[in-house]
Design a protein around this ligand. Structure first.
Ligand SMILES: [Zn+2]
Ligand SMILES: [Zn+2]
Length: 136
């Protein structure tokens, strides 16, 4: 029988599309948010789902291939310099960092928790999953 580790001891791995940047998050992943703000829309190509994890829980490999874009004074966004994959949403003065759900290998062991910045969402789709929606 396969031994399954409890979530709190889990190690969640992920990478960009080309594999130049990879990462691990130690422990269970908190429920991700889907952000529909105009910055996340433009940077991700749609909306951006990410999970906020403690900085100390995240290990990044291939950080030389990571480019950071300061999308505001307090936030920088990390993407792969080679393939462009959106990977990290980093509020630099906080002790946590957002990690893109699309970059994780499955299973993530979590479910989307809510939608945020719905006031800025695109007009070409509807949110019909019944989850809470915050206008901002
Ligand atoms: Zn890449
Ligand atoms: Zn956003």
């Amino acid at each position: 029988m396969e031994r399954t580790l409890p979530q709190e001891h889990a190690m969640h791995k992920g990478s960009c599309l080309c594999g130049a940047v990879s990462f691990e998050v130690a422990g269970a992943l908190p429920a991700p948010d889907a952000c529909h703000c105009s910055q996340c829309r433009k940077q991700s190509g749609h909306f951006f789902a990410s999970t906020d994890v403690a900085r100390t829980a995240l290990t990044i490999h291939g950080a030389d291939n990571l480019t950071w874009f300061n999308s505001s004074e307090k936030v920088r966004r990390g993407f792969c310099s080679r393939c462009g994959s959106s990977l990290f949403w980093d509020p630099i003065r906080r002790d946590w960092i957002g990690v893109a759900m699309g970059a994780f290998d499955k299973p993530t062991g979590t479910r989307l928790g809510k939608h945020i910045f719905v006031a800025e969402k695109g007009d070409y789709y509807d949110i019909v999953d019944g989850l809470p929606q915050n206008q901002r």
